[in-house]
Design a protein around this ligand. Structure first.
Ligand code: SF4
Length: 333
């Protein structure tokens, strides 16, 4: 439920702004010049705001599409990401957003058409018609707020017309109604982030359970949608081997593995500054008291432990899927 809408004056009359205002007729509306006045101010408490975030409706002016980190790929050479929204309805304790932003309010950039143009231009610049991959869900969850944002509905319409551009919708959400109302697109991957249910319950607050995500994947596959699986980040606990062994067994017994597009695996890693901010927010959090190490401005699990966990999970994964659809995410270069 949204109790307060902050609205940039410039987008006050935008049809998406109007539609959202109609959806929340009782919400307090506060008009502002630029969203940064509310979003970036000092002395905000992320943890308090997370209890009842406001929605900020804004316009984005530049950097609509950015190059993805080198390790971020699912088989293509040209990889980009874009963020129509900042912040997330979920509250994963390992999420870098809480270390990166001062505010837990959501920012929605309503000028989707400018993102569209940047995506089309970027795809058109590919040499020899090489496919381009566009990742959404970097700074938010791609589907969780779909009934409010209509983001997937809009963006699928774009990719339908540009088969040489691929879209990854990264999500933990079971908000798939929009996808089920339309024909599956061959150039769209619905990429589910999955973790063992014990970790979902203890670290991925407010997210759908593992079982509900698997059910959503099943339904999507039955409707012909291409699904990817993202096991990222791996979280350490003393019995991680049995935890992840059982988890992979559960996942691959529930879905059609032969129809999977891609599977990726990633370790926990975080810029040191973000990590410090997160520890300040949640000093009692067990996750942050784990066997961590700091190197080259990044915090991760101690090297040997990280390598052992990664190797173990990789070996388990490759008993279920072919190497050809496996994309380890090992380096943030
Ligand atoms: S779902 Fe993703 S973006 Fe949302 S809180 Fe969790 S890690 Fe962050």
């Amino acid at each position: 439920m949204i109790h307060t809408l902050y609205i940039e004056e410039e987008v006050a009359e935008h049809p998406r702004t109007q539609a959202i205002c109609q959806r929340y007729p009782r919400a307090t509306r506060i008009y502002c010049q630029r969203y940064g006045e509310i979003f970036n101010r000092k002395a905000q408490n992320f943890r308090l705001q997370k209890k009842a975030p406001s929605l900020i409706l804004a316009r984005k002016f530049k950097h609509f599409v950015l190059e993805a980190p080198l390790s971020y790929n699912i088989g293509g050479q040209r990889n980009f990401y874009f963020s129509h929204m900042l912040n997330c309805v979920y509250d994963c304790r390992y999420c870098f957003l809480q270390g990166m932003y001062r505010s837990a309010n959501y920012v929605l950039f309503v000028n989707y058409e400018d993102f569209d143009q940047a995506i089309v231009d970027t795809a058109a610049a590919a040499p020899d018609g090489e496919p381009s991959y566009f990742f959404s869900g970097y700074d938010c969850d791609s589907l969780a707020l779909e009934p409010i944002t209509g983001f997937a509905k809009h963006t699928l319409g774009l990719f339908e017309k540009h088969p040489n551009a691929w879209l990854e919708l990264r999500t933990k959400s079971i908000q798939i109604r929009e996808l089920l109302t339309r024909q599956a697109l061959a150039n769209v991957v619905v990429a589910y982030s999955l973790s063992p249910d014990l970790l979902v319950r203890t670290t991925e607050h407010k997210t759908p359970s593992l079982e509900r995500r698997l059910a959503a994947i099943n339904t999507l596959q039955q409707h012909g949608w291409t699904v990817g699986l993202r096991f990222d980040p791996l979280i350490y606990c003393a019995d991680y081997q049995s935890l992840y062994r059982d988890f992979f067994r559960q996942v691959f017994s529930r879905i059609d593995t032969s129809a999977l597009h891609s599977v990726s695996l990633g370790s926990f890693r975080m810029p040191t500054g973000f990590f410090r901010n997160m520890v300040k927010l949640y000093p009692q959090e067990v996750l942050f008291a784990g066997p961590m190490a700091q190197e080259n401005g990044m915090v991760s699990y101690q090297h040997e432990l990280e390598a052992q966990m990664f190797a173990f999970c990789e070996q388990q994964l490759l008993t279920y899927i072919p190497q050809s659809i496996y994309f380890p995410c090992t380096d943030d270069s």
